[in-house]
Design a binder for this molecule. Structure first.
Ligand code: 6PG
Length: 230
């Protein structure tokens, strides 16, 4: 695995959006499609707002959106990662509905996991890939070192075959659906988005390979940390 790149910046949203656009343009030039995995939580909101502010920066009809995890709530629920992404980005850009692989938080977690995994597998087979390969996967970082909905001590950390599974965690709401390490580590590039000085120590621990986030090691991909300096 390549050495992670750290970008510390006072222009967090602008630099993170620029990173997405740069990788997106290259992916579209190379393969005709940009497969982008969105992070949940609060941190990415400013980045998505920034991307929505320059809607012409990417040909959104050539962008495929996935979600690294979703809370098991309806898509209009305040805790929904889809709702956050729709309000800050997806509802403000010309992206075809079929390009957005929403995890259906409103149904049974196992059914939602199977449905999402099947969507990803169909695309992977189109690209002759053994597993879906994101061009860029955005990830957040929890203060306990979780990422997506892969929390310390969770059985979900041991999943080595499935790509999307039900997962539970201490951060409410507890029932979620999450991408697994096999899927996360199949990404061509990963970008951790952190914009909270209180997370500096956990960043260092993750960089030493600790916590669930420390197990994000793309097999043939890169890791960039975009760290806001307020
Ligand atoms: C979620 C996220 C989770 C998040 C971290 C950081 O659904 O909660 O996927 O992994 O990225 O908890 O969250 P904040 O950005 O809100 O600090």
């Amino acid at each position: 695995m390549m050495t992670p790149t750290l970008l510390r910046t006072p222009s967090f949203a602008q630099d993170a959006a620029a990173h997405v656009i740069e990788i997106g343009r290259a992916a579209i030039a190379e393969r005709g499609l940009f497969r982008l995995g969105l992070a949940g939580g609060n941190t990415p909101k400013a980045v998505y707002d920034q991307l929505a502010a320059t809607p012409d920066a990417l040909p959104w009809n050539r962008v495929q959106i996935t979600f690294g995890d979703e809370r098991c709530v309806p898509p209009d629920h305040a805790d929904s990662n889809y709702r956050m992404a729709h309000q800050s980005l997806l509802g403000r850009i010309p992206i075809p509905e079929g390009n957005v692989f929403r995890i259906r938080g409103e149904i049974d977690a196992e059914q939602a996991s199977l449905e999402c995994a099947s969507q990803l597998a169909a695309v992977a087979s189109r690209f002759n890939e053994p597993i879906y390969a994101h061009d860029l996967l955005l990830l957040g970082l929890g203060e306990d070192g979780h990422t997506a909905s892969l929390f310390p001590g969770s059985p979900a950390l041991e999943e080595s075959a499935r790509t999307v599974i039900p997962a539970r965690g201490p951060k409410p709401p507890p029932q979620r659906v999450s991408f697994t390490f096999p899927l996360l580590n199949a990404a061509r590039s990963v970008a951790f988005l952190v914009n909270d000085p209180s997370k500096e120590s956990v960043i260092q621990e993750v960089l030493r390979g600790e916590h669930p986030a420390g197990r994000i090691r793309p097999t043939a991909g890169s890791i960039t940390w975009i760290i806001g300096e307020k």
